[in-house]
Design a protein around this ligand. Structure first.
Ligand code: PBG
Length: 324
């Protein structure tokens, strides 16, 4: 019997050797924590389909943000849950709207110690649940929505956001918001474009989190799950319009897209481990089917390995602590 000429196992023989040759290392600063703040909440409220995640009150938001900074996370992404909604999402650009009030509170609490990000999309604020305003035929009106996004973006910057996360998938949204910000002198505000965002069933639990009552679906603006070439076009357009960072969303079911975008993008790439990805891990772990912490770290490592520099994840604080 001959000896194998090649022995890859040599480099797996001990923790020290494995550490030496490790190709992918997560760092707390790679992780961004999505947070929800609910108008009128006196205390944090649990979200049924996202065990361990809450709709914060303003006080609990501040406390959780400080803890996240202590854990070393790279950023905080805030979503608002308003108590009233209307056709145009008036609460989105109202300085007293819950997202803007929450942003001011966050920024006051963390200053410049971490990066404060705002979700820039109308779906939490509209009574029909769409990401934009509707035309007379009930379809999402792209260009009328851009005007709403510009107003919303200005309100978010004035409330203290360092980064605006453009998640509505309207054509021209990056260029339009950039122009409105520049016009108002906000040339330093960073735009994170959800460049390749798919019409995904994995967003299901998020609808609980923001109490969205969506009529219909988002297939007329979010991408078809089978399309990959289209994602690269979206990324190219967003970068040309001035996106400072681009995102792929969801993450784990779209690692091929993360990888293709990372190969092509000249700006940092993020991926969003969305609510349904989180809920699947939690449900399987609660049923005793998988090792929760192990799968948490493995999924984050896989997303990072595929090419996402930053990962938005509901596990950000827990994972950051585990990495320290
Ligand atoms: C839009 C938005 C959504 C998510 C983030 N931003 C919902 C959607 O597009 O339907 C989903 C995030 C998640 O599922 O964790 N405001």
């Amino acid at each position: 019997m001959g000896f194998p000429a090649q022995r890859p196992r040599r480099l797996r023989q001990s923790p020290a050797v494995r550490r030496l040759v490790s190709e992918t290392r997560l760092h707390p600063a790679d992780l961004i924590l999505p947070m929800f703040v609910r108008e009128g909440a006196a205390e944090p409220l649990p979200i049924r389909s996202m065990p361990g995640v809450v709709q914060h009150s303003l006080d609990s938001l501040e406390k959780a943000a400080v803890e996240a900074v202590e854990a070393g996370v790279g950023g905080l992404m805030l979503f608002g849950v308003p108590s009233t909604r209307d056709a145009v999402g008036s609460g989105a650009d109202d300085p007293e709207g819950i997202l803007n009030v929450g942003l001011r509170r966050l920024r006051d609490a963390v200053g410049d110690d971490t990066v404060v990000m705002a979700d820039l999309c109308l779906d939490e604020f509209t009574d029909h649940g769409h990401c934009g305003v509707l035309d007379a035929a009930g379809r999402v009106d792209n260009d009328a929505t851009l005007e709403r996004y510009a107003a919303m973006g200005l309100a978010q910057v004035e409330a203290g956001a360092h980064v605006l996360g453009l998640s509505g998938m309207m054509d021209g949204q990056v260029g339009h918001v950039r122009a409105a910000l520049d016009e108002a002198g906000h040339t330093d505000t960073i735009l994170l474009a959800y460049a390749a965002k798919y019409a995904s069933g994995f967003f299901g639990p998020f609808r609980d989190a923001v109490e969205s009552a969506l009529e219909g679906d988002r297939t007329a603006y979010q991408q078809d799950p089978g399309n990959a070439v289209e994602a690269l076009r979206e990324v190219r357009l967003d970068i040309a319009e001035g996106a400072d960072m681009v995102m792929v969303k969801p993450a784990l079911p779209y690692l091929d897209i993360v990888s293709a975008v990372a190969a092509e993008s000249e700006v940092p790439v993020s991926a969003y481990q969305v609510s349904g990805e989180y809920a699947m891990i939690e449900a399987a772990a609660a049923a005793g089917m998988i090792d929760r912490e192990r799968v948490m770290m493995e999924s984050l490592t896989a997303i990072h390995r595929a090419g996402a520099q930053n990962i938005l994840t509901y596990y950000a604080v827990e994972a950051a602590r585990a990495l320290r």
